[in-house]
Design a protein around this ligand. Structure first.
Ligand SMILES: CC(C)(COP(=O)(O)OP(=O)(O)OC[C@H]1O[C@@H](n2cnc3c(N)ncnc32)[C@H](O)[C@@H]1OP(=O)(O)O)[C@@H](O)C(=O)NCCC(=O)NCCS
Length: 191
């Protein structure tokens, strides 16, 4: 099952190998993956893209391409990824945008679509791990209805866990989140 989320201005969809040019351009910008110490050259971007596509194929998680409908260009990434946060298994909503597309509400629009998708597949809770000095990312989380919970060390840096409890989607009452994601992968396998 491929994932396509539709919003007024964006399509959030599975990555494809043909996205490499756009992805490499975004990842090469030091303002985007600012925490990386090694520059993202094209080969590293290719591996990053393959990893995200691998997650999607494995269990339906992974960041997806955020595509501007007006141009068809990939302007960023957003999606749900499993994280081990100090021993707790959490689903993280991650997002990033090409620098040229900041300040227009696109990250919030893509993030809201991902949260709605999370709710539909029966996830009960989504977090974002946000570096303590990343006000733009905090503002996105706040606009998405997330609240700060606690500080954790993540990738060697102080981060805050922002969390949102999701209402139970009716058709998933009684299902655990692992089962739901497992169900996603089985559907993919049956494709
Ligand atoms: C985090 C990141 C995605 C946030 O980008 P952003 O552009 O600030 O967030 P949005 O796309 O939601 O845009 C919100 C802004 O657009 C404005 N905006 C303009 N038009 C809008 C519209 N039609 N709808 C909503 N907001 C709109 C909002 O008022 C807000 O403005 P402000 O920044 O002056 O408050 C971006 O800074 C980034 O990629 N950072 C690097 C990667 C990163 O740190 N990721 C997070 C890791 S935890």
């Amino acid at each position: 099952m491929t994932l396509v989320l539709d919003t007024p201005r964006l399509t959030v969809r599975d990555y494809a190998p043909a996205d490499l040019d756009d992805v490499a351009e975004i990842l090469a910008d030091p303002a985007v993956f600012w925490w990386e110490t090694v520059p993202f050259d094209r080969e590293r971007a290719r591996r990053w893209l393959a990893d995200e596509m691998g997650l999607a194929a494995r269990d339906g998680t992974g960041r997806r391409a955020v595509v501007l409908k007006a141009s068809g260009k990939v302007i960023g990434g957003a999606g749900l990824v499993w994280r081990d946060v100090e021993g707790d298994r959490e689903i993280e909503l991650g997002y990033h945008l090409h620098h040229a597309f900041w300040g227009q509400g696109y990250a919030t629009e893509a993030g809201a679509a991902c949260l709605e998708h999370a709710r539909r597949i029966g996830l009960r809770r989504v977090v974002s791990l946000i570096y303590v000095d990343n006000p733009r990312s905090e503002a996105v989380a706040r606009r998405l209805g997330m609240s700060p919970e606690r500080e954790v060390a993540w990738a060697g840096l102080p981060h805050r866990v922002w969390a949102l409890e999701l209402p139970v989607a009716r058709r998933h009452l009684g299902l655990g989140r692992r089962r739901v994601v497992g169900e996603l992968s089985r559907r993919r396998g049956a494709r």
